[in-house]
Design a protein around this ligand. Structure first.
Ligand code: ADP
Length: 682
């Protein structure tokens, strides 16, 4: 059997008034309720005949001697489910019939079968406690003739009231479906004391005395319907089952025992209904949560996310109106709303939190609040009209990192109050929504920051370009003597100026290129390119610098000609950057750089490897970010912008390729790999 389903079934069985055992085909005990253990009945004692479906009357060895029992056996898969009725209280009972054991076993066996069939025979239960209660009430009345039987249920989340869920008999049936305040009632007394309550002529003492009087009820016995362990909704007391008689005489002992035993069955059936309902509601809530999560996750636009949240909330809550309000200081601001009746709201409308007690409580406690209509007094006319017909509200704070950032108010115009189930569903919905909203907001902020940065980059690059060209032009004229021979003492400062101006030139170029990549205004012209040739040219361009720093820079001898479709200018630009980095961050004294070209299945690979300082940890990913530079005190600062790898990767990707840091180890070196798809014609 499946453990989770089992556990629930067994929990129900534990709550039964009598012992239960599940016995396998070989007579082996598979499960026994605590009661059986308490009775001290040895399962090995139970004859095989008792496992045949039906009713059996037996005497078994118990802890305190022989125990007369009635056994009701039924089949469940390959096992037999045995229900033991301890008949000891019946034997010798004052008002017992002449053959008490057999008749009682029969009466209870019949009742049990009836109860099991309404709550679902072979554990196929209905979850409708109302339907179960009504059938049970009718059975109760049949069991104790000349009484009215009434089953009162206290619904989860509504502790102040009870509802007549089952009523049989001329008086009780007229009360079916009615609700009453629990305070001061017999139901409250029976539930508070967790004990059976029998009264004769006591009706006038209770607030519902006139109702009892209307049915001419003089004697009543109320048995609480309680569970040993709490139900999933937290209740242990579900309600009461009551028998009501018009006679002045108390019930007989036999009637009392039948009533109390029957109450055990009623408890069992109602608990099962409640468990099944809880299982279904839980499953539904989970589905809703998953659907909402995927629904909200599909958009990063705050407005869309809010709209979806409101729609889902209205559907899930069967409500007419939903409003999301932002919390700003001591005020709420209407952010968005939905109204099934087409009534308006005022987006952007501000209202003091302290003016609305329901709102204040939800924000202060950070928990959903069930309530009635919001106070309309101080609201503008337009809103008053929309709120006028509202009967019930559920105010759900949306909490992020312990702070209430927004509130969702759900309203019903129909007279159906919100219950604990709905609060639980909204808690789930709210926590998903707040995450989706946060993501949407963060995304918007990041996009805005990005846009501002791009604009700035673009502007800065353009503004720098003109003065740079002028400076560079004059510098070269000074250096080459076009403006007259420079005094010898200028030579060194001029050389430094030229070097610095070159760095500045590179920076301006990088900035411009990055800005063009951002705005998508960089043209890409794909054409056949031999990568080995492209690499050879890049090495030649880097040669002067390599010689200057005494580097060993070479093309890997195994490099092969390899044709791809690419933009030769952009490939060259990315290669220049990789080779320059390998020289800059390479081994001090004598950098060693190898560039290889080879085919790897459908890709062309260019590898640029150095034996330099290497890159470690998170920096391996971050070096591709804009402006990111590794800050390592062990190495001298090098001029640069932190844009090179970002630009190189972007350029490669725009040609359908990839740029990755394939290998790197601190102090040992790095290998960057640029891959491009091989031309199909090849
Ligand atoms: P820049 O070289 O202008 O700083 P890049 O984007 O080209 O910008 O490189 C970013 C950072 O990555 C460099 O500052 C350096 O710290 C690190 N880096 C790049 N290439 C190498 C390499 N071959 N070996 C070690 N570190 C490197």
């Amino acid at each position: 059997m499946e453990p989770a389903a089992d556990r629930q079934a067994f929990e129900v069985l534990e709550n039964m008034a009598d012992a239960v055992a599940v016995v396998g085909p070989g007579g082996e005990l598979r499960w026994a309720s605590r009661r059986l253990v308490e009775l001290g009945i040895a399962v090995s004692d139970i004859p095989e005949s008792a496992r045949v479906p039906g009713e059996h009357r037996l005497e078994l060895n118990g802890r305190e001697g022989r125990v007369p029992v009635a056994v009701t056996a039924s089949r469940c898969a390959d096992a037999a489910v045995l229900l033991f009725k301890d008949l000891r209280p019946w034997v010798g009972a004052r008002h017992a019939p002449t053959r008490p054991g057999r008749d009682l076993a029969r009466a209870l066996g019949g009742v049990f079968r009836g109860a099991m069939s309404v709550s679902g025979g072979e554990f196929e239960s209905t979850e409708d406690a109302g339907a179960v209660a009504q059938v049970l009430a009718e059975q109760g009345r049949r069991l104790i003739p000349r009484t009215d039987c009434l089953i009162a249920i206290v619904d989860p989340g509504r502790p102040g009231r009870f509802r007549v869920a089952g009523g049989a008999g001329p008086w009780a049936s007229t009360l079916l479906g009615h609700e009453f305040a629990i305070e001061g009632s017999l139901v409250e007394r029976a539930l508070a004391g967790r004990r059976t309550l029998e009264t004769t002529g006591a009706q006038l003492e209770t607030p519902h005395g006139h109702i009892l009087a209307s049915g001419d009820i003089r004697t009543s016995r109320l048995v609480p319907v309680v569970a040993r362990s709490p139900l999933p909704d937290g209740r242990t007391a579900v309600g009461t089952i009551g028998f009501y008689s018009r006679r002045r005489t108390p019930f007989t002992d036999l009637q009392r025992r039948l009533m109390d035993d029957f109450a055990g069955l009623v408890s069992l059936s109602l608990m099962r209904a409640a468990l099944r309902r809880a299982a279904r509601v839980g499953a539904e809530r989970l589905t809703l949560g998953l659907e909402l999560a995927s629904d909200l996750g599909r958009s990063l636009d705050t407005r869309t996310v809010l709209g979806r949240l409101l729609e889902r909330a209205l559907d899930a809550m069967a409500a007419e109106r939903a409003v999301v309000l932002r919390v700003e200081g001591r005020e709420t601001v209407v952010e968005d709303f939905r109204d099934r009746d087409g009534l308006p709201d005022l987006i952007g409308y501000r209202h003091p939190i302290d003016d609305q007690p329901l709102m204040r409580r939800a924000i202060a406690t950070r928990a959903p609040v069930i309530g009635g209509r919001y106070a309309e007094g101080s609201l503008p006319e337009r809103l008053r009209g929309a709120l006028e017909a509202v009967r019930h509200t559920l105010t759900v704070p949306l909490v992020l990192a312990g702070q209430v950032v927004a509130v969702l108010v759900i309203s019903r115009r129909r007279n159906v109050a919100f219950g604990a189930d709905q609060v639980a569903t909204m808690r789930l919905l709210g926590s998903l929504a707040v995450l989706a909203l946060r993501n949407a907001r963060l995304y918007e902020e990041a996009r805005e920051a990005d846009r501002v940065r791009s604009d700035f980059l673009n502007m800065a690059a353009h503004e720098l370009r003109t003065p740079y060209t002028v400076i560079a032009g004059y510098l070269s004229m000074l250096a080459d003597g076009s403006l007259g021979a420079a005094p010898p003492q200028w030579r060194q400062p001029l050389a430094i100026l030229e070097a610095k101006s070159k760095e500045l030139g590179q920076l301006v170029e990088d900035l411009l290129l990055a800005a063009r990549l951002d705005t998508g205004s960089l043209p890409v012209q794909l054409q056949p390119v031999d990568l080995r040739e492209a690499v050879e040219e890049a090495i030649e361009r880097a040669r002067p610098r390599a010689e200057l720093v005494g580097a060993d820079l070479a093309l890997d001898p195994t490099a092969e000609p390899l044709r791809v479709r690419a933009d030769p200018v952009l490939v060259g630009r990315a290669l220049d950057n990789l080779i320059n980095n390998a020289l800059t961050y390479g081994r001090e004294g004598m950098p060693w750089v190898r560039v290889g070209v080879r085919r790897d299945r459908e890709s062309a690979r260019i590898e640029v490897e150095d034996r330099g300082r290497g890159i470690s940890g998170a920096d391996r990913v971050r070096v591709f970010e804009r402006f990111y530079r590794v800050d390592d005190a062990r190495y001298p600062q090098q001029p640069g912008t932190g844009l090179g790898l970002y630009i190189s990767r972007e350029l490669t990707e725009r040609q359908g390729g990839r740029l990755e840091l394939e290998w790197s180890r601190a102090g040992e070196g790095s290998r960057f790999v640029l891959t491009l798809p091989v031309s199909r014609e090849d």
